[in-house]
Design a protein around this ligand. Structure first.
Ligand SMILES: [Zn+2]
Ligand SMILES: [Zn+2]
Length: 397
């Protein structure tokens, strides 16, 4: 993600980044603005469902050309909510039989604002798809704020003289979080190349400056054509964006923790998902049908193969995380967030908002700082943390 390793990204994705892919056609004739059949682009109705506008609006790097003109797709739809801005080129989706009950329950919430949504609808048009996605993404934002034990009111517009909370009202960043959903990889390549200077096959997250904000670009292809798998993947990526943004993205948070939280968000919220494994900067191609991770981690503990805290804190990047590390990181985050919610929030707040003597954010010696913090907050050593965790896991179903 972010600023740090486009070189790494390029190395890992060369194989699929075919040279000479044609660039987009120049701007087409501007189409007549399309109206959402459900909210009719009416600000009052949009407000009632937690949204602001159907745009179109700018996404990504400052001063880049209008996304809808730049990226060839039959249609781009925009939707901005309280904390997020989405652009999507996804088309309609037939709701698979096994998914109807879940989608109906989600639609029931939207029906409070859009009473015209037919009962037992069999196909979601692109507008309903994005309204549902934004609704669930805002749910996730709320859930994330609960994890951090913060509210919007904790984040001033700019860094002031009070407790350090970053530099902006979106968890510490200046602008809303952005997600671009592509119906194929062609526009994903074009968008990431132009905005992030990198071409990746899979999801790419980035921190932009001027103004500071975080953006994810996701190609909804392969297993992700199905919303059932797409949304957990979005949730995984949003969790990374939110955690990196918290108190401003000034340095990398510990990788085990960043990935553990992203797994927590994707797994806790959704059943039957495909797990996303981050391998480097992006969110990986390497997804698998979920297993019962609680059963997996219990086996790891039995076989003495769960990764100790003392090792996890030294993982240097996402690629450094083994499958055992992913499961253990998730299970440690789950333990801390469920059995020690208030202190865990303090742990996260301290890690993400660390300042040096002069008041500048510093990510110096993060492994040592994590050890210091578990001592200070829980009076744990790395070993006693692992023991407490194992005892808790053994009691879980
Ligand atoms: Zn609408
Ligand atoms: Zn991840």
């Amino acid at each position: 993600m972010m600023n740090r390793a486009s070189a790494l990204l390029l190395i890992t994705t060369m194989a699929v980044a075919a040279a000479g892919t044609p660039r987009a056609e120049p701007a087409q004739e501007k189409k007549k603005e399309e109206i959402c059949p459900w909210c009719k682009n009416d600000p009052k109705i949009l407000e009632a469902c937690g949204c602001v506008s159907h745009g179109p609006f700018h996404i990504g790097k400052k001063d880049t050309i209008d996304l809808a003109k730049r990226l060839p797709a039959p249609r781009w739809i925009f939707l901005e909510s309280k904390h997020l801005r989405y652009a999507t080129s996804l088309g309609p989706l037939n709701i698979p039989l096994g998914e109807r009950a879940r989608v109906e329950a989600e639609l029931e919430r939207l029906r409070k604002v859009f009473p015209n949504i037919p009962k037992k609808i069999q196909q979601l048009d692109p507008w309903l798809r994005i309204h549902l996605t934004v609704m669930k993404s805002e749910d996730l934002y709320e859930k994330f704020e609960r994890l951090l034990n913060v509210t919007d009111a904790d984040f001033p517009e700019s860094r002031g003289t009070g407790a350090f909370m970053g530099d902006g009202k979106y968890l510490g960043e200046k602008e809303k979080f952005e997600v671009v959903l592509h119906t194929d990889r062609t526009t994903h390549f074009l968008f990431t190349e132009e905005n992030m200077g990198a071409r990746t096959t899979d999801a790419l997250r980035w921190h932009f400056k001027e103004p500071h904000h975080l953006t994810a670009s996701i190609a909804a292809v392969d297993d992700l054509v199905n919303d059932k798998f797409l949304f957990p993947h979005i949730a995984h990526n949003l969790a990374h964006l939110f955690f990196c943004a918290y108190k401003h993205y000034s340095y990398d948070p510990p990788y085990w923790l960043d990935e553990g939280i992203a797994h927590l968000m994707e797994i806790e919220s959704f059943k039957d998902l495909n797990i996303t494994y981050c391998s480097d900067e992006g969110a990986g191609p390497d997804r698998e049908r979920s297993k019962d991770w609680m059963a997996v981690v219990k086996t790891l503990i039995e076989k003495r193969r769960a990764t100790p805290f003392a090792e996890l804190i030294h993982k240097k990047n996402f690629a450094d995380l083994s499958r055992e590390d992913h499961v253990t990181a998730w299970a440690k985050v789950k333990f801390l967030s469920e059995a020690h919610a208030a202190k865990f929030a303090q742990f996260l707040g301290s890690l993400k908002g660390r300042l040096d003597d002069k008041g500048y954010p510093t990510g110096k010696d993060m492994p040592g700082y994590q050890r210091e913090l578990i001592k200070e907050l829980w009076n744990w050593t790395a070993d006693s943390f692992d023991q407490e965790w194992e005892a808790w896991i053994k009691k879980q179903k």
